[in-house]
Design a protein around this ligand. Structure first.
Ligand SMILES: O=C(O)c1cc(=O)[nH]c(=O)n1[C@@H]1O[C@H](COP(=O)(O)O)[C@@H](O)[C@H]1O
Length: 240
């Protein structure tokens, strides 16, 4: 099974703060994948992706697209030209939207002569628990069943994988192809604050549960030593 280096969520509001984190992570092993999300992208713009790539990082562009198929497809065409390694879309948008996302991404990547980024579908966010899904989203049944259904849909359309909690990886493996990626945020080393995350696991648990990759932000970016915190988490995940 393929395991990627941890994906570090660079959730900061400015280019300068992002570049400072790139510098602190530049010499760590294995080299992390940097995840650039909406907080940073909406202020720093696509230039931040070039800055990360110039420093040798693989980039996860996490904008979680969710709109009508035409809009998502056209937006994905633009994202396909940026040289990202991973891109996200919400599975809740349905089959037609996921297909438009994949087609748009492919068209953009081809036009820029770049490889197709791995398109990942968001299932249920790791900030959602059983109660919130049932009572606030109004989705009946078990949370794991919803995650499984979204994963099956993403697999059917041909996406590279899903974003889920490591708690659901085993269930997802039962309904998807063997090389389907499960990328898992909600990572909290023993003793670190959960914050808004609900479905959390430790890096070692994510390894044991079979996650292909972990996404981790605050436990790394708010640590006294960003590089040390990253390396401890990377070792725990990759070695189990
Ligand atoms: O798509 C994501 O990366 C994502 C999906 C999800 O279900 N939960 C989740 O936390 N994330 C992202 O993962 C990161 C988690 O950050 P921390 O909670 O600081 O470790 C954030 O950048 C979130 O946007």
């Amino acid at each position: 099974m393929q395991r990627f280096a941890p994906m570090v969520a660079i959730d900061v509001p400015t280019k300068e703060e992002a570049v400072a984190l790139f510098d602190q992570l530049a010499m760590t092993t294995p080299k992390p994948i940097v995840k650039l999300g909406m907080e940073l992208y909406y202020t720093a713009g696509p230039e931040i992706i070039s800055l990360a790539r110039q420093r040798g990082f693989k980039v996860f562009v996490d904008l979680k697209l969710y709109d009508i198929p035409n809009t998502v497809g056209r937006a994905m065409k633009g994202l396909g030209k940026l040289g990202a390694s991973f891109v996200t879309v919400h599975a809740a948008g349905g089959k037609e939207m996921l297909q438009a996302a994949l087609d748009g991404l492919q068209t953009g990547a081809q036009a820029a002569n770049l490889p197709l980024p791995n398109l990942l579908a968001i299932t249920e966010l790791t900030s959602i628990n059983q109660r919130i899904m049932n009572e606030e989203q109004g989705i009946p049944g078990e949370l794991v069943t919803t995650v499984q259904r979204y994963a099956k849909l993403a697999d059917k359309v041909g996406l590279a994988g899903v974003v889920c909690s490591a708690q659901e990886v085993e269930a997802i493996r039962q309904v998807t192809r063997a090389d389907f990626y499960c990328v898992t945020p909600g990572i909290r080393p023993v003793g670190s604050a959960k914050g808004d995350q609900k479905r959390v696991v430790t890096p070692a648990q994510a390894h044991q549960l079979g996650a292909n990759a972990i996404v981790c932000g605050r436990p790394i970016t708010q640590a006294e030593s960003v590089s040390d915190a990253y390396e401890v988490i990377a070792q725990e995940f990759l070695e189990g």
